[in-house]
Design a protein around this ligand. Structure first.
Ligand SMILES: NC(=O)C1=CN([C@@H]2O[C@H](COP(=O)(O)OP(=O)(O)OC[C@H]3O[C@@H](n4cnc5c(N)ncnc54)[C@H](OP(=O)(O)O)[C@@H]3O)[C@@H](O)[C@H]2O)C=CC1
Ligand SMILES: O=C(O)CCCC(=O)O
Length: 478
Protein backbone atom coordinates (compact mmCIF):
# COMPACT_ATOMS: atom_id res chain seq x y z
CA UNK A 1 0.00 0.00 0.00
CA UNK A 2 2.95 2.39 0.49
CA UNK A 3 3.66 4.64 -2.51
CA UNK A 4 6.86 6.43 -1.67
CA UNK A 5 8.44 5.34 1.57
CA UNK A 6 6.55 7.74 3.79
CA UNK A 7 3.81 9.19 1.58
CA UNK A 8 0.59 7.39 2.31
CA UNK A 9 -2.93 7.12 0.98
CA UNK A 10 -5.86 6.52 3.33
CA UNK A 11 -6.14 2.86 4.30
CA UNK A 12 -9.71 1.75 3.67
CA UNK A 13 -10.90 -1.76 2.82
CA UNK A 14 -7.28 -2.92 2.29
CA UNK A 15 -6.86 -0.24 -0.37
CA UNK A 16 -4.84 2.96 -0.53
CA UNK A 17 -7.02 5.95 -1.37
CA UNK A 18 -5.67 9.35 -2.35
CA UNK A 19 -7.25 12.69 -1.54
CA UNK A 20 -6.86 16.03 -3.27
CA UNK A 21 -5.01 17.55 -0.33
CA UNK A 22 -2.10 16.17 1.73
CA UNK A 23 -0.88 16.83 5.28
CA UNK A 24 2.88 17.29 5.57
CA UNK A 25 4.38 15.72 8.66
CA UNK A 26 7.19 17.69 10.31
CA UNK A 27 10.09 16.49 12.46
CA UNK A 28 9.88 18.52 15.72
CA UNK A 29 13.67 18.24 16.11
CA UNK A 30 14.65 19.62 12.72
CA UNK A 31 11.49 21.08 11.14
CA UNK A 32 12.16 18.89 8.10
CA UNK A 33 9.27 17.17 6.33
CA UNK A 34 9.27 13.47 7.16
CA UNK A 35 6.38 12.31 4.99
CA UNK A 36 2.81 13.05 4.03
CA UNK A 37 -0.68 11.66 4.61
CA UNK A 38 -4.08 12.47 3.10
CA UNK A 39 -6.40 15.16 4.34
CA UNK A 40 -9.67 13.25 4.39
CA UNK A 41 -13.12 14.80 4.28
CA UNK A 42 -16.47 13.57 5.55
CA UNK A 43 -16.85 11.55 2.35
CA UNK A 44 -13.84 9.34 3.13
CA UNK A 45 -14.82 9.13 6.80
CA UNK A 46 -18.11 7.57 5.68
CA UNK A 47 -16.33 5.24 3.25
CA UNK A 48 -14.25 3.95 6.17
CA UNK A 49 -17.39 3.17 8.20
CA UNK A 50 -18.99 1.48 5.17
CA UNK A 51 -15.93 -0.78 4.95
CA UNK A 52 -15.80 -1.52 8.68
CA UNK A 53 -19.54 -2.18 8.83
CA UNK A 54 -19.44 -4.53 5.90
CA UNK A 55 -16.42 -6.40 7.33
CA UNK A 56 -18.06 -6.73 10.75
CA UNK A 57 -20.55 -9.33 9.55
CA UNK A 58 -17.79 -11.80 8.66
CA UNK A 59 -15.08 -10.77 11.19
CA UNK A 60 -17.49 -11.05 14.13
CA UNK A 61 -18.29 -14.63 13.04
CA UNK A 62 -14.67 -15.80 12.94
CA UNK A 63 -13.55 -18.03 15.78
CA UNK A 64 -11.40 -16.64 18.56
CA UNK A 65 -8.65 -18.97 17.30
CA UNK A 66 -8.77 -17.45 13.81
CA UNK A 67 -8.62 -13.91 15.21
CA UNK A 68 -5.81 -14.88 17.57
CA UNK A 69 -3.80 -16.32 14.69
CA UNK A 70 -4.11 -13.11 12.68
CA UNK A 71 -3.20 -10.96 15.68
CA UNK A 72 -0.12 -13.18 16.18
CA UNK A 73 0.81 -12.67 12.52
CA UNK A 74 0.41 -8.91 12.88
CA UNK A 75 2.61 -9.09 15.99
CA UNK A 76 5.29 -10.99 14.05
CA UNK A 77 5.36 -8.47 11.18
CA UNK A 78 5.65 -5.54 13.59
CA UNK A 79 8.40 -7.32 15.48
CA UNK A 80 10.31 -7.79 12.22
CA UNK A 81 9.85 -4.09 11.33
CA UNK A 82 10.30 -2.60 14.81
CA UNK A 83 13.57 -0.78 14.11
CA UNK A 84 12.28 0.70 10.85
CA UNK A 85 9.03 1.96 12.42
CA UNK A 86 10.75 3.19 15.59
CA UNK A 87 13.01 5.44 13.50
CA UNK A 88 9.94 6.98 11.81
CA UNK A 89 8.24 7.34 15.20
CA UNK A 90 11.23 9.30 16.49
CA UNK A 91 11.28 11.48 13.39
CA UNK A 92 7.61 12.44 13.59
CA UNK A 93 7.20 12.52 17.37
CA UNK A 94 10.65 13.46 18.67
CA UNK A 95 11.19 10.91 21.46
CA UNK A 96 14.66 9.32 21.73
CA UNK A 97 15.15 6.26 19.54
CA UNK A 98 15.56 3.98 22.57
CA UNK A 99 12.16 5.17 23.85
CA UNK A 100 10.64 4.75 20.39
CA UNK A 101 11.87 1.15 20.31
CA UNK A 102 10.50 0.73 23.83
CA UNK A 103 7.16 2.09 22.66
CA UNK A 104 7.12 -0.30 19.68
CA UNK A 105 7.69 -3.27 21.99
CA UNK A 106 5.07 -1.95 24.41
CA UNK A 107 2.64 -1.41 21.49
CA UNK A 108 3.28 -4.90 20.19
CA UNK A 109 2.79 -6.45 23.64
CA UNK A 110 -0.93 -5.57 23.35
CA UNK A 111 -1.20 -7.62 20.15
CA UNK A 112 0.46 -10.60 21.80
CA UNK A 113 -1.58 -10.35 24.98
CA UNK A 114 -4.96 -9.94 23.28
CA UNK A 115 -4.18 -12.68 20.74
CA UNK A 116 -4.01 -14.96 23.77
CA UNK A 117 -6.92 -13.38 25.64
CA UNK A 118 -9.25 -13.67 22.61
CA UNK A 119 -9.53 -17.36 23.51
CA UNK A 120 -10.78 -16.55 27.00
CA UNK A 121 -13.96 -14.60 26.22
CA UNK A 122 -15.97 -16.84 28.51
CA UNK A 123 -19.70 -16.76 29.03
CA UNK A 124 -21.51 -17.99 32.12
CA UNK A 125 -24.43 -20.15 33.23
CA UNK A 126 -26.34 -18.99 36.28
CA UNK A 127 -28.55 -21.19 38.49
CA UNK A 128 -32.20 -20.57 37.60
CA UNK A 129 -35.20 -20.32 39.94
CA UNK A 130 -37.06 -23.23 38.36
CA UNK A 131 -35.93 -26.62 37.05
CA UNK A 132 -37.20 -25.99 33.51
CA UNK A 133 -35.21 -22.79 33.00
CA UNK A 134 -31.60 -22.12 32.04
CA UNK A 135 -29.83 -18.77 32.33
CA UNK A 136 -27.02 -18.28 29.85
CA UNK A 137 -24.72 -15.28 29.54
CA UNK A 138 -22.91 -14.76 26.26
CA UNK A 139 -20.42 -12.11 25.19
CA UNK A 140 -20.57 -10.60 21.70
CA UNK A 141 -18.57 -7.89 19.94
CA UNK A 142 -20.12 -4.40 20.15
CA UNK A 143 -19.69 -3.64 16.43
CA UNK A 144 -17.80 -0.95 14.53
CA UNK A 145 -15.47 1.04 16.82
CA UNK A 146 -14.12 4.56 16.23
CA UNK A 147 -10.55 4.85 17.54
CA UNK A 148 -9.16 8.37 18.09
CA UNK A 149 -5.58 8.66 19.26
CA UNK A 150 -3.06 11.36 20.32
CA UNK A 151 0.44 12.24 19.17
CA UNK A 152 2.39 11.31 22.30
CA UNK A 153 2.30 7.51 21.77
CA UNK A 154 1.66 7.11 18.04
CA UNK A 155 1.96 3.30 18.14
CA UNK A 156 0.91 2.15 21.61
CA UNK A 157 -2.31 4.16 21.82
CA UNK A 158 -3.46 2.49 18.62
CA UNK A 159 -2.64 -1.11 19.53
CA UNK A 160 -3.92 -0.68 23.11
CA UNK A 161 -7.35 -0.03 21.58
CA UNK A 162 -7.27 -2.00 18.32
CA UNK A 163 -5.86 -5.27 19.71
CA UNK A 164 -8.72 -5.86 22.19
CA UNK A 165 -11.28 -4.57 19.67
CA UNK A 166 -10.15 -7.08 17.04
CA UNK A 167 -9.80 -9.85 19.62
CA UNK A 168 -13.42 -9.25 20.64
CA UNK A 169 -14.59 -9.45 17.01
CA UNK A 170 -15.06 -5.72 16.36
CA UNK A 171 -13.85 -3.81 13.30
CA UNK A 172 -12.28 -0.35 13.55
CA UNK A 173 -11.99 3.06 11.93
CA UNK A 174 -8.88 4.82 13.24
CA UNK A 175 -8.09 8.54 13.30
CA UNK A 176 -4.52 9.07 14.45
CA UNK A 177 -3.24 12.51 15.47
CA UNK A 178 -2.47 14.91 12.65
CA UNK A 179 1.04 15.51 14.03
CA UNK A 180 2.09 11.82 14.13
CA UNK A 181 0.13 9.81 11.56
CA UNK A 182 3.00 7.99 9.80
CA UNK A 183 3.42 5.35 12.50
CA UNK A 184 -0.31 4.59 12.27
CA UNK A 185 -0.09 3.96 8.53
CA UNK A 186 3.00 1.80 9.06
CA UNK A 187 1.09 -0.29 11.61
CA UNK A 188 -1.73 -0.64 9.07
CA UNK A 189 0.88 -1.65 6.49
CA UNK A 190 2.01 -4.40 8.88
CA UNK A 191 -1.62 -5.51 9.38
CA UNK A 192 -1.97 -5.63 5.59
CA UNK A 193 1.15 -7.78 5.31
CA UNK A 194 -0.18 -10.03 8.08
CA UNK A 195 -3.37 -10.63 6.09
CA UNK A 196 -5.92 -8.88 8.32
CA UNK A 197 -9.03 -8.98 6.06
CA UNK A 198 -10.44 -6.02 4.14
CA UNK A 199 -12.36 -3.47 6.20
CA UNK A 200 -11.34 -4.85 9.61
CA UNK A 201 -8.81 -2.02 10.09
CA UNK A 202 -9.24 1.35 8.36
CA UNK A 203 -7.08 4.46 8.88
CA UNK A 204 -8.17 7.98 8.00
CA UNK A 205 -6.31 11.25 8.60
CA UNK A 206 -7.54 14.82 8.42
CA UNK A 207 -6.81 18.45 9.17
CA UNK A 208 -10.40 18.90 10.40
CA UNK A 209 -10.88 16.37 13.20
CA UNK A 210 -14.13 17.83 14.54
CA UNK A 211 -15.84 17.85 11.18
CA UNK A 212 -14.58 14.43 10.12
CA UNK A 213 -15.21 12.65 13.41
CA UNK A 214 -18.76 14.07 13.49
CA UNK A 215 -19.58 11.66 10.65
CA UNK A 216 -18.62 8.78 12.93
CA UNK A 217 -20.36 10.22 15.98
CA UNK A 218 -23.62 10.67 14.07
CA UNK A 219 -23.53 7.26 12.36
CA UNK A 220 -25.63 4.69 14.28
CA UNK A 221 -23.53 1.90 12.74
CA UNK A 222 -20.59 3.07 14.90
CA UNK A 223 -21.37 1.48 18.25
CA UNK A 224 -18.42 2.66 20.29
CA UNK A 225 -15.83 5.40 20.46
CA UNK A 226 -12.53 4.92 22.25
CA UNK A 227 -10.39 8.02 22.73
CA UNK A 228 -7.10 9.08 24.29
CA UNK A 229 -6.34 12.79 24.43
CA UNK A 230 -7.27 16.02 26.14
CA UNK A 231 -10.12 16.27 28.63
CA UNK A 232 -12.06 18.96 26.67
CA UNK A 233 -12.15 16.85 23.48
CA UNK A 234 -13.06 13.76 25.53
CA UNK A 235 -16.02 15.59 27.06
CA UNK A 236 -17.10 16.79 23.62
CA UNK A 237 -17.06 13.24 22.26
CA UNK A 238 -19.02 12.00 25.26
CA UNK A 239 -21.72 14.61 24.59
CA UNK A 240 -21.82 13.71 20.91
CA UNK A 241 -22.01 9.99 21.68
CA UNK A 242 -25.24 10.59 23.59
CA UNK A 243 -27.38 11.05 20.48
CA UNK A 244 -26.86 7.47 19.31
CA UNK A 245 -26.00 6.15 22.81
CA UNK A 246 -22.58 4.87 21.78
CA UNK A 247 -20.39 3.16 24.30
CA UNK A 248 -17.52 5.43 25.31
CA UNK A 249 -14.02 4.78 26.64
CA UNK A 250 -12.00 7.86 27.50
CA UNK A 251 -8.39 8.12 28.57
CA UNK A 252 -7.89 11.81 29.35
CA UNK A 253 -5.58 14.19 31.15
CA UNK A 254 -3.79 13.62 34.42
CA UNK A 255 -2.03 15.70 37.06
CA UNK A 256 -0.08 12.92 38.72
CA UNK A 257 1.09 13.51 42.30
CA UNK A 258 4.41 11.87 43.19
CA UNK A 259 4.71 11.51 46.97
CA UNK A 260 8.07 10.80 48.57
CA UNK A 261 7.61 9.80 52.20
CA UNK A 262 10.16 10.44 54.95
CA UNK A 263 11.19 6.76 54.96
CA UNK A 264 11.66 6.49 51.17
CA UNK A 265 14.86 5.18 49.65
CA UNK A 266 16.05 8.51 48.22
CA UNK A 267 18.08 7.03 45.39
CA UNK A 268 15.14 4.90 44.26
CA UNK A 269 12.80 7.87 44.55
CA UNK A 270 15.12 10.03 42.42
CA UNK A 271 15.26 7.29 39.77
CA UNK A 272 11.48 6.91 39.94
CA UNK A 273 10.84 10.63 39.40
CA UNK A 274 13.37 10.79 36.54
CA UNK A 275 11.68 7.80 34.91
CA UNK A 276 8.15 9.08 35.40
CA UNK A 277 8.70 12.81 34.88
CA UNK A 278 10.97 12.85 31.84
CA UNK A 279 9.61 9.92 29.81
CA UNK A 280 8.75 11.34 26.38
CA UNK A 281 10.06 14.75 27.56
CA UNK A 282 7.25 14.84 30.13
CA UNK A 283 4.53 14.42 27.51
CA UNK A 284 2.69 11.49 29.04
CA UNK A 285 -0.62 11.66 30.83
CA UNK A 286 0.83 9.60 33.71
CA UNK A 287 4.02 11.69 34.03
CA UNK A 288 4.69 12.98 37.55
CA UNK A 289 3.20 16.48 37.50
CA UNK A 290 3.35 17.47 41.18
CA UNK A 291 6.19 16.23 43.36
CA UNK A 292 5.45 16.20 47.11
CA UNK A 293 8.51 15.50 49.28
CA UNK A 294 8.39 15.09 53.05
CA UNK A 295 9.96 18.22 54.54
CA UNK A 296 12.51 16.19 56.55
CA UNK A 297 14.20 14.82 53.40
CA UNK A 298 13.74 17.76 51.05
CA UNK A 299 17.38 18.94 50.97
CA UNK A 300 18.80 15.45 50.46
CA UNK A 301 16.25 14.63 47.76
CA UNK A 302 16.68 17.95 45.96
CA UNK A 303 20.46 17.77 45.70
CA UNK A 304 20.40 14.16 44.38
CA UNK A 305 17.55 14.98 42.01
CA UNK A 306 19.26 18.07 40.56
CA UNK A 307 22.47 16.07 40.04
CA UNK A 308 20.49 13.41 38.16
CA UNK A 309 18.66 16.01 36.06
CA UNK A 310 21.98 17.58 35.05
CA UNK A 311 22.96 14.23 33.54
CA UNK A 312 20.02 14.24 31.11
CA UNK A 313 21.02 15.09 27.55
CA UNK A 314 18.59 17.07 25.41
CA UNK A 315 18.74 16.72 21.63
CA UNK A 316 17.55 15.08 18.45
CA UNK A 317 16.13 11.70 19.40
CA UNK A 318 18.11 10.03 16.64
CA UNK A 319 21.42 11.12 18.21
CA UNK A 320 23.27 8.80 20.59
CA UNK A 321 22.74 9.17 24.34
CA UNK A 322 19.90 11.67 24.07
CA UNK A 323 17.44 11.18 26.93
CA UNK A 324 15.06 14.07 26.18
CA UNK A 325 13.91 14.92 22.65
CA UNK A 326 12.04 18.03 21.51
CA UNK A 327 8.51 18.87 22.60
CA UNK A 328 5.82 18.28 20.02
CA UNK A 329 5.23 21.89 18.94
CA UNK A 330 5.60 25.56 19.76
CA UNK A 331 2.34 25.58 21.74
CA UNK A 332 3.74 22.89 24.06
CA UNK A 333 6.94 24.89 24.71
CA UNK A 334 4.93 28.05 25.38
CA UNK A 335 2.68 26.21 27.87
CA UNK A 336 5.61 24.93 29.92
CA UNK A 337 7.35 28.31 29.85
CA UNK A 338 4.13 29.99 31.04
CA UNK A 339 3.94 27.59 33.99
CA UNK A 340 7.58 28.30 34.89
CA UNK A 341 7.07 32.08 34.69
CA UNK A 342 3.91 31.86 36.79
CA UNK A 343 5.63 29.74 39.48
CA UNK A 344 8.70 31.99 39.67
CA UNK A 345 6.50 35.10 39.90
CA UNK A 346 4.69 33.46 42.85
CA UNK A 347 7.93 32.62 44.71
CA UNK A 348 9.21 29.29 43.37
CA UNK A 349 12.99 28.80 43.18
CA UNK A 350 14.33 27.95 39.71
CA UNK A 351 17.24 25.48 39.90
CA UNK A 352 17.81 24.77 36.22
CA UNK A 353 17.30 27.25 33.39
CA UNK A 354 15.06 25.93 30.64
CA UNK A 355 16.14 28.12 27.78
CA UNK A 356 17.79 26.55 24.79
CA UNK A 357 18.69 29.02 22.07
CA UNK A 358 18.31 27.31 18.75
CA UNK A 359 16.58 28.15 15.51
CA UNK A 360 15.71 24.51 14.96
CA UNK A 361 13.62 22.14 17.03
CA UNK A 362 11.18 22.60 19.92
CA UNK A 363 13.84 21.82 22.51
CA UNK A 364 13.51 22.57 26.18
CA UNK A 365 15.91 21.65 28.98
CA UNK A 366 14.52 19.88 32.04
CA UNK A 367 13.60 22.41 34.72
CA UNK A 368 13.53 21.92 38.50
CA UNK A 369 11.50 24.26 40.71
CA UNK A 370 11.36 24.13 44.51
CA UNK A 371 9.33 26.13 47.08
CA UNK A 372 6.34 25.36 44.93
CA UNK A 373 2.83 25.93 46.29
CA UNK A 374 -0.50 24.48 45.17
CA UNK A 375 -1.81 27.81 43.85
CA UNK A 376 0.77 27.76 41.05
CA UNK A 377 -0.39 26.81 37.55
CA UNK A 378 2.05 23.90 37.36
CA UNK A 379 0.22 22.28 40.32
CA UNK A 380 -3.22 22.80 38.79
CA UNK A 381 -2.84 22.20 35.04
CA UNK A 382 -1.29 19.24 33.26
CA UNK A 383 2.23 20.36 32.24
CA UNK A 384 3.04 17.92 29.42
CA UNK A 385 6.67 18.99 29.46
CA UNK A 386 10.00 18.57 31.30
CA UNK A 387 9.18 20.71 34.33
CA UNK A 388 9.58 19.14 37.80
CA UNK A 389 7.89 21.25 40.52
CA UNK A 390 8.75 20.26 44.08
CA UNK A 391 6.67 21.04 47.14
CA UNK A 392 7.04 19.83 50.73
CA UNK A 393 4.51 18.33 53.14
CA UNK A 394 4.40 17.50 56.86
CA UNK A 395 1.88 14.68 57.39
CA UNK A 396 0.67 11.76 55.27
CA UNK A 397 -2.89 13.03 55.55
CA UNK A 398 -1.84 16.43 54.22
CA UNK A 399 -0.04 14.77 51.28
CA UNK A 400 -3.07 12.68 50.35
CA UNK A 401 -5.51 15.56 50.72
CA UNK A 402 -3.40 17.80 48.48
CA UNK A 403 -2.86 14.97 45.98
CA UNK A 404 -6.62 14.35 45.78
CA UNK A 405 -7.60 18.02 45.54
CA UNK A 406 -8.05 17.98 41.76
CA UNK A 407 -10.71 16.93 39.24
CA UNK A 408 -8.15 14.50 37.75
CA UNK A 409 -7.54 10.94 38.92
CA UNK A 410 -5.35 9.03 36.48
CA UNK A 411 -2.00 8.03 38.04
CA UNK A 412 -0.34 8.70 41.40
CA UNK A 413 2.97 7.54 42.84
CA UNK A 414 4.21 6.98 46.36
CA UNK A 415 7.70 6.05 47.54
CA UNK A 416 7.98 4.55 51.00
CA UNK A 417 9.69 1.59 52.67
CA UNK A 418 6.80 0.99 55.04
CA UNK A 419 4.24 -1.64 54.07
CA UNK A 420 1.66 0.10 56.24
CA UNK A 421 2.18 3.42 54.44
CA UNK A 422 2.18 1.69 51.05
CA UNK A 423 -1.29 0.28 51.73
CA UNK A 424 -2.57 3.45 53.38
CA UNK A 425 -1.50 5.71 50.52
CA UNK A 426 -2.63 3.39 47.74
CA UNK A 427 -6.04 2.94 49.36
CA UNK A 428 -6.58 6.65 49.98
CA UNK A 429 -5.34 8.11 46.71
CA UNK A 430 -8.31 8.72 44.38
CA UNK A 431 -6.48 7.50 41.28
CA UNK A 432 -7.02 4.68 38.79
CA UNK A 433 -3.33 3.75 38.85
CA UNK A 434 -0.98 3.91 41.85
CA UNK A 435 2.73 3.21 41.46
CA UNK A 436 4.20 2.19 44.83
CA UNK A 437 7.98 2.48 44.56
CA UNK A 438 7.35 2.13 40.82
CA UNK A 439 7.68 5.00 38.35
CA UNK A 440 6.70 2.92 35.30
CA UNK A 441 3.50 0.97 35.99
CA UNK A 442 2.12 0.57 32.42
CA UNK A 443 1.92 -3.00 31.08
CA UNK A 444 -0.42 -4.76 28.64
CA UNK A 445 -1.93 -7.13 31.20
CA UNK A 446 -2.97 -4.48 33.76
CA UNK A 447 -5.94 -2.07 33.68
CA UNK A 448 -4.90 1.44 32.65
CA UNK A 449 -7.38 4.27 33.17
CA UNK A 450 -8.55 7.08 35.34
CA UNK A 451 -11.10 8.12 37.93
CA UNK A 452 -12.97 11.44 38.00
CA UNK A 453 -12.40 13.62 34.91
CA UNK A 454 -9.41 11.55 33.82
CA UNK A 455 -11.64 9.14 31.99
CA UNK A 456 -14.01 6.27 31.67
CA UNK A 457 -13.25 2.59 31.29
CA UNK A 458 -9.97 0.71 31.36
CA UNK A 459 -7.46 -0.35 28.71
CA UNK A 460 -5.23 -3.38 29.07
CA UNK A 461 -5.80 -6.74 30.69
CA UNK A 462 -9.11 -8.60 30.60
CA UNK A 463 -10.81 -5.36 31.65
CA UNK A 464 -9.73 -3.81 28.34
CA UNK A 465 -11.45 -6.60 26.41
CA UNK A 466 -14.76 -6.11 28.25
CA UNK A 467 -14.92 -2.58 26.82
CA UNK A 468 -15.52 -4.08 23.35
CA UNK A 469 -18.05 -6.74 24.38
CA UNK A 470 -21.81 -6.71 24.82
CA UNK A 471 -23.29 -8.98 27.48
CA UNK A 472 -26.26 -10.97 26.24
CA UNK A 473 -28.50 -12.80 28.68
CA UNK A 474 -30.46 -15.72 27.27
CA UNK A 475 -33.30 -17.08 29.39
CA UNK A 476 -34.23 -20.52 28.08
CA UNK A 477 -37.22 -22.68 28.99
CA UNK A 478 -36.42 -26.34 28.42
N1 LIG B 1 -4.22 11.66 27.86
C1 LIG B 1 -3.25 11.77 26.99
O1 LIG B 1 -2.54 10.83 26.75
C2 LIG B 1 -3.06 13.00 26.24
C3 LIG B 1 -3.34 14.23 26.79
N2 LIG B 1 -3.14 15.32 26.07
C4 LIG B 1 -3.38 16.63 26.72
O2 LIG B 1 -4.08 17.42 25.83
C5 LIG B 1 -3.32 18.60 25.50
C6 LIG B 1 -3.60 18.96 24.07
O3 LIG B 1 -3.15 17.95 23.18
P1 LIG B 1 -3.89 17.67 21.83
O4 LIG B 1 -3.08 16.88 20.92
O5 LIG B 1 -4.38 18.97 21.31
O6 LIG B 1 -5.10 16.72 22.31
P2 LIG B 1 -6.45 16.51 21.57
O7 LIG B 1 -7.42 15.97 22.54
O8 LIG B 1 -6.82 17.72 20.82
O9 LIG B 1 -6.09 15.39 20.46
C7 LIG B 1 -6.28 14.00 20.62
C8 LIG B 1 -6.95 13.42 19.37
O10 LIG B 1 -8.25 13.97 19.23
C9 LIG B 1 -8.40 14.57 17.94
N3 LIG B 1 -9.32 15.69 18.02
C10 LIG B 1 -9.05 17.00 18.25
N4 LIG B 1 -10.19 17.71 18.24
C11 LIG B 1 -11.20 16.84 17.99
C12 LIG B 1 -12.61 16.97 17.85
N5 LIG B 1 -13.21 18.13 17.97
N6 LIG B 1 -13.33 15.87 17.59
C13 LIG B 1 -12.72 14.68 17.45
N7 LIG B 1 -11.41 14.48 17.57
C14 LIG B 1 -10.65 15.54 17.84
C15 LIG B 1 -6.99 14.97 17.59
O11 LIG B 1 -6.86 15.22 16.21
P3 LIG B 1 -5.71 16.23 15.69
O12 LIG B 1 -4.44 15.57 15.97
O13 LIG B 1 -5.98 16.36 14.25
O14 LIG B 1 -5.90 17.51 16.43
C16 LIG B 1 -6.21 13.76 18.07
O15 LIG B 1 -6.35 12.70 17.17
C17 LIG B 1 -1.89 18.21 25.81
O16 LIG B 1 -1.09 19.30 26.06
C18 LIG B 1 -2.09 17.34 27.02
O17 LIG B 1 -2.23 18.13 28.16
C19 LIG B 1 -2.70 15.25 24.78
C20 LIG B 1 -2.40 14.08 24.19
C21 LIG B 1 -2.53 12.84 24.91
O1 LIG C 1 -1.99 8.35 27.77
C1 LIG C 1 -0.78 8.54 27.61
O2 LIG C 1 -0.18 9.56 27.84
C2 LIG C 1 -0.04 7.45 27.01
C3 LIG C 1 -0.04 6.24 27.85
C4 LIG C 1 1.28 6.02 28.43
C5 LIG C 1 1.38 4.69 29.05
O3 LIG C 1 0.71 3.76 28.61
O4 LIG C 1 2.15 4.58 29.98
Amino acid sequence: MTKNTLDFGLYINRESIDTADQILVQNPATFETVGSVPNATQKEAKLAVDAAYSAFSSWSKTTAYERAELLEKWFAVIEKRTDEIAAVLTKEQGKPLSEAKGEMNYANSFLKWYAEEAKRIYGETIPALSGNKRILVQKQPVGVVAVITPWNFPAAMITRKVAPALAAGCTVVIKPAELTPLTAYLLADCAHEAGIPAGVINVVTTKNPGEMVDVWMEDPRVKKVTFTGSTPVGKLLMRKAADTVKKVSLELGGLAPFIIAEDADIEEAVNGVIQSKFRNAGQTCICANRIYVHESIKDEFLSSFIAAVKGLKVGNGLDENVSIGPLIDERAVAKVQKQIDDAVAKGAVLHEDSTIHTDKGYFMKPVVLSNVTDDMQCMQEETFGPLAPISTYRTDLEAVERANATPFGLAAYVYTQSLKKAFWFSENLEYGIVGVNDGAPSVAQAPFGGMKESGLGREGGHYGLDEFLEIKYVSMKV
